[in-house]
Design a protein around this ligand. Structure first.
Ligand code: AMP
Ligand code: MG
Length: 494
């Protein structure tokens, strides 16, 4: 049986509401992440699927668990909501993983809580599968993210546009504390709670900061640095989160809350998928700005524990906030340089990277496949007209800018010592071949929802677990959508 600690639930009572998940009718295990279960050292080797379904639907509460719904607030599309909270989720408790890190075990779709407002507390199967796929793909890319441990169908219907099958996702995170959790207490003027929450986050996520002179300022700096790195990684795989509200930004700097998120097919910095983001606040290219804005809200919420004199506190947080842009740009450029095959920095790199992006945009080229084809063009380092370059060029509806860019890129590569095959191999390890394409995600969700066929979902997960490797027989999964397959909008599904 799984044993859980209850660290968050040991914080003061006004941090959460204590309640158990609502029982569901007929829990059935759809997917269980055994690799993650091992990493978490969960004692489940002798559990049947029925037992796992009972635990990860909330029907059977593990020993020691002290389930709570966490309180939080948040800015949603710029407007402050002083009380949000886990309206359809429950933190079951924590486990210590093999590396000694505490991780939250959290159920999403587990019934109404005091924070549900008008909602039913439930999740539909489609969004559960989507979050499972995308979070595990992010992990396979090496991007910090919450993980998916289990997906269970409930045997109950949820009412959305119509009746849909219900499901519950078990999500694992280093912590579910969000920028909005701090805002919840700041909005109530509860300085003691802010300090307790900050101490909790330092202890759980950034323990080395506790001994410093200014641990709360250091916490702010650590989150700024972590988010600068995280958002740069998103940009490098064409990921669009879709709802970067402050309640969806984790203090752990893990990607969290995969609602209407999506990966870009053809490159366009203005891309928006989310049906509720009508003004493009969270468009692809706006994500670094949205993150900086959220971090300023985080700093505001922390002011009272940074200095008792407000003016002094504001002065102290200003420089770290201003550093976000430089940190982000540094991380972005580091990753992009590797994506185009460069090993050593040079002053001309930003323009070179930008040139490739502009060529893709002008050529309506697929973001993921263009970088991947660039690996082959780097391997095939002889003159243009060889297959690597021809395959890259074929991705461009209009290749004029690409043709102009290639010689400058080749000249830059020639100035580096790496052999072409070694360089190409290094490039393949940072340029995924497989991403969770929208049309593929929608296809596996349709099969699950309409036919109760989970095999396509399992197959897609398997492919995305090794996104950088060619997988014979799965070539079609790398393809962008055909015009009739294109998905232009995604929905929260809440
Ligand atoms: P999200 O857009 O998923 O980040 O959720 C924003 C807020 O709405 C959070 O407080 C959620 O707990 C709440 N929420 C979303 N869906 C539901 C639902 N079906 N029932 C109750 N609360 C919900
Ligand atoms: Mg959320």
């Amino acid at each position: 049986m799984i044993a859980l600690a209850s660290q968050y639930a040991a914080l003061p009572e006004h941090f959460f509401a204590r309640l158990a998940p609502t029982q569901v009718a007929r829990p059935r295990l759809i997917q269980f992440n055994r690799v993650l279960a091992e990493e978490l050292a969960l004692d489940i080797q002798d559990h049947s699927d029925e037992q796992l379904a009972a635990i990860f639907s909330g029907n059977l509460i593990p020993a020691g668990a002290n389930p709570v719904a966490m309180a939080y607030a948040g800015h949603q599309f710029g407007g402050f909501v002083p009380q949000l909270g886990d309206g359809r989720a429950i933190l079951l408790g924590e486990v210590r993983d093999n590396a000694g890190q505490w991780r939250d075990v959290h159920l999403k779709g587990s019934g109404r809580t005091p924070y549900s407002r008008g909602g039913d507390g439930r999740a539909a199967l489609g969004p559960v599968l989507r979050e499972y796929i995308v979070s595990e793909a992010m992990h396979a890319f090496g991007i910090p993210t919450t993980r998916s441990l289990a997906a269970v169908s409930t045997g109950e219907a949820v009412i959305r546009e119509g009746r849909l099958p219900g499901a519950i996702l078990t999500r694992v995170a280093k912590s579910h504390v969000r920028v909005g959790t701090f805002q919840y207490f700041a909005a109530r003027g509860d300085a003691a709670a802010i300090r307790q929450l900050a101490d909790f986050c330092i202890g759980r996520l950034y323990p080395s900061l506790a001994a410093g002179e200014q641990p709360y300022l250091a916490l702010l700096k650590a989150v700024i640095a972590g988010q600068a790195q995280l958002i740069a990684r998103w940009m490098q795989v064409g990921f669009i989160h879709g709802v970067m509200n402050t309640d969806n930004m984790a203090v752990s700097a893990e990607s969290i809350d995969f609602g209407p998120c999506a990966f870009m097919d053809s490159y366009d910095p203005a891309t928006v998928f989310s049906s509720i983001d009508s003004r493009g606040r969270y468009a692809y290219a706006n994500q670094p700005h949205a993150a900086a804005w959220n971090l300023a809200r985080f700093a505001e919420a922390l002011l009272s524990c940074i200095d008792t004199v407000p003016e002094r506190a504001i002065e102290l947080v200003t420089a770290p906030l201003e550093q976000f842009e430089a940190l982000y740009s540094y991380n972005w450029l580091e990753g992009m340089r590797r994506k185009i095959g460069l090993q050593y920095p040079s002053a001309e790199d930003p323009a070179l990277v930008q040139g490739f992006l502009e060529a893709m945009q002008a050529g309506s080229a697929d973001f993921t496949l263009s970088f991947r084809a660039l690996c082959e063009a780097a391997q095939d380092d002889a003159a243009e007209g060889r297959t690597g370059y021809a395959n890259l060029r074929a991705l461009f509806v209009e290749p004029a800018l690409l043709d102009a860019w290639i010689p400058a890129w080749r000249a830059r590569l020639a100035a580096e010592p790496l052999s072409a095959p070694t360089r190409a191999q290094a490039m393949r390890s940072v340029n995924p071949l497989f991403i969770p394409r929208n049309h593929q995600v929608e296809r596996v969700i349709r099969a699950a929802v309409e036919q109760e066929d989970f095999a396509p979902f399992a197959r897609l997960l398997q492919i995305l677990a090794r996104p950088f490797e060619e997988q014979p027989g799965s070539e079609a999964f790398a393809n962008p959508p055909q015009p009739q397959e294109r998905v232009t909008q995604t929905f929260c599904g809440t």
